[in-house]
Design a protein around this ligand. Structure first.
Ligand code: ZN
Ligand code: ZN
Length: 678
């Protein structure tokens, strides 16, 4: 085939087209646009213009994506040096395109393998894919790599990068490639070739310098483009995940476009580790999980418990102010109730196992809804009574598999700030709107100003996972949509994520590190009113069925607390801090004055701790600082004489002397405002 006579059409993202001779490469295209683009480009994304539109490639397994020959009909990433033989839409990708980071990381895995083989030639290669946070490569070598080896490998990788060898793609008849890998006893490569290619095919190889790997790419143009990388750790892995197979050594690393990105990545990891609520929970003595009691069950220590009390008092008062009634319901209830509610069927995998008592079987409650429904049903309701809003800080127990629990974030027992609203169909939109407003107030009050909203809807094709008619689902979804639109709240619709009984709105907060946490939820339910045959007498004197909204704003108090600890890194705002003020008498003779100050602060409703130990002043200040106490008041002769205190503010240091009365007024104001400034 003489391709040189043929020309091809290359369509660029701006809609313009270029005519090039067949066999031209994406790099030629880049050079024809600008040399700057040519040196910034990493790979190209192409889509055949005459091909069948195919979007299937993404379904393939990660391994197949590394080895199987690519579907020439689908959109795909290719090397800049790939010869083009047909009309394509082509996009040159630079660091600005997030997809290219994976290519850099996969290329870094080749650089790692190059370094390992140069230093430890007896090593056999497994595979080396990119991951979400970096890359790894699996190696077989009877001698374990030591931490010193890893340093050595990282150093050699830098040399491989400095050589700036081109990544060159080569093709070889399959049988010839297999024979070569067999001669070298490369049992893993042989496996991948046999599994992912067919007899008679050519196999794709990538070469950089003397190193050759079985791989379909794409890769960066040369090793020098792996600019910022680090070997991070070593782990064991069985070949093909089977413990009867040889044990492999998996070396992990990460790579970024620049040293700056790399440094930021590690700084962020450090910050996340420092904020870990399990670490801070211990350090600040907030809560514990006790082996003797069981996993996923939380013990709230005094300092955690006082924060929880403040949260609970606040939410209860807000509920009352917004027309909710507070209720309490039992923790165990008969299985019959859960059969009526439908939880026995749809929710059974989340229950704790049954308790057999002499009169019936009982279950620990995983939800509060049926309890609230029984209160609603206990007396006849008229349209004048609606909406009825029942709120409860309800303790629920849900079975999570052992080994899946995580601090406060994933537990087996927790408390929901749960509420159920029973209303007429006409009231539904205003009730949902009020819930969304309330949720925003809750989240903002606790220092979260950035939210993402999701509307979870059903999957009409998956009927068995949902209950209720099409009309009811349509009505419910459209009323939730209407509320979000009227409030101008941007949201994402997620099909197939609804609860079995109706669609829901989930509010995720973005914390200071930019991480997303699912907290508040507002759910529509047309199922339970039907199952429990709920009624109200309408204006027309007839019996009607109310609709029901479930909503939890903290979500789980445990989980919310976990997120809060990480968000504030344990430095709670003044109004939430377990100890708001630490008192430090300079010496023993100032203890009496300090006790007087303590009394006055406590009388003003402030939470105070007096350090009366016979320790150096600075040691006492340091201890309060480590406990992240917002204010530390130091008292000596001068302060005692003037009825004043010397104030140290968290994060701001020594603020000088202030009259005690003035300090109290100022603190109470900050607490009153629920300020997140301090
Ligand atoms: Zn590769
Ligand atoms: Zn509920």
């Amino acid at each position: 085939m003489s391709s040189s006579e043929k020309t091809i059409r290359v369509q660029l993202p701006d809609g313009s087209e270029k005519q090039l001779s067949a066999g031209s490469t994406p790099l030629d295209v880049a050079n024809s646009i600008s040399p700057r683009l040519a040196s910034a480009a990493i790979v190209a994304r192409i889509r055949p213009l005459n091909g069948t539109s195919a979007a299937a490639a993404s379904e393939a397994s990660a391994e197949a994506a590394m080895y199987a020959s690519e579907d020439s009909q689908s959109e795909r990433l290719v090397d800049l040096t790939t010869p083009l033989h047909e009309d394509v839409a082509l996009q040159l990708l630079t660091e600005k395109d997030p997809d290219t980071l994976k290519v850099v990381r996969h290329s870094a895995a080749h650089v790692l393998a190059t370094a390992v083989l140069e230093l430890f030639p007896e090593t056999k290669l497994g595979h080396g894919p990119p991951t979400d946070s970096g890359f790894f490569y699996d190696f077989y070598r009877p001698t374990p790599f030591t931490p010193e080896d890893l340093k050595l490998i990282e150093g050699r990788m830098a040399e491989v990068v400095a050589r700036d060898d081109k990544f060159v793609r080569e093709f070889e008849p399959r049988e010839q490639g297999l024979a070569r890998f067999k001669a070298d006893n490369d049992f893993m490569k042989i496996h991948f070739i046999e599994r992912f290619t067919k007899p008679g095919e050519e196999i794709s190889l990538y070469r950089n310098g003397a190193f050759v790997d079985f791989c379909r790419g794409p890769h960066v143009p040369s090793t020098g483009r792996v600019k910022a990388f680090k070997v991070t750790n070593l782990a064991g892995a069985y070949w093909l995940g089977d413990e009867k197979n040889p044990q492999l050594q998996r070396i992990y690393g990460t790579a970024f476009f620049s040293k700056k990105d790399l440094d930021e990545h590690f700084a962020r990891l450090e910050e996340i580790a420092k904020r870990d609520h399990r670490v801070l929970g211990k350090q600040l003595d907030l809560f514990s999980i006790q082996e003797l009691a069981g996993a996923g069950l939380i013990f709230w220590h005094p300092k955690g418990a006082i924060i929880r009390k403040v949260m609970e008092d606040w939410i209860k008062e807000e509920c009352i102010r917004r027309g909710y009634d507070l209720v309490y319901t039992p923790h165990v209830m008969r299985v019959n109730l859960w059969q009526t509610s439908g939880h026995e069927g749809f929710y059974s995998q989340n229950f704790f196992t049954k308790m057999e008592l002499d009169d019936a079987d009982y279950r620990l409650k995983p939800m509060n809804c049926p309890g609230h429904i029984l209160i609603y049903k206990n007396s006849p309701k008229s349209y004048r009574d609606l909406p009825v809003r029942y709120a409860e800080l309800g303790n629920v127990y849900r079975y999570e598999r052992s080994g899946t629990m995580h601090g406060l974030l994933r537990v087996r027992g927790f408390t929901q700030d749960d509420a159920h609203i029973f209303c007429t169909p006409e009231q539904i939109e205003s009730e949902v709107a009020a819930c969304i407003d309330f949720a925003q107030v809750v989240l903002k009050t606790f220092g979260f100003n950035d939210f993402k909203v999701e509307l979870s809807t059903w999957d009409p094709k998956d009927r068995k996972s949902y209950t209720g008619s099409d009309e009811k689902w349509e009505l419910a979804i459209s009323s939730l949509e209407k509320v979000l639109k009227e409030k101008n709240i941007p949201y994402k619709t997620i099909p197939g994520e609804a609860a079995f009984y109706g669609p829901k709105i989930d509010i995720k907060v973005v914390d200071v590190l930019g991480r997303l946490w699912q907290l508040s939820t507002v759910q529509f339910d047309f199922n339970l009113p039907e199952r429990f045959e709920l009624e109200y007498v309408g204006e027309d004197g007839e019996r009607h069925q109310p609709v029901m909204v479930h909503r939890a704003l903290f979500g789980s108090i445990e989980r919310f607390f976990g997120v809060l600890i990480e968000h504030f890194a344990g430095a709670f705002p003044l109004w939430l801090a377990p100890v708001q003020i630490g008192l430090v008498p300079i010496s023993e003779r100032h203890l009496d004055y300090a006790k007087k100050v303590q009394q006055q602060l406590q009388n003003a409703g402030l939470r105070v701790e007096l350090d009366g130990r016979n320790e150096k002043m600075n040691a006492k200040i340091r201890d309060f600082t480590l406990q992240k106490v917002p204010y530390v008041l130091v008292m000596g002769d001068k302060e005692a004489e003037a009825n004043a205190v010397s104030v140290r503010t968290r994060g701001k240091g020594d603020q000088g002397s202030t009259p005690l009365e003035e300090f109290i007024t100022k603190s109470k104001k900050l607490i009153e405002e629920k300020s997140t400034e301090l």
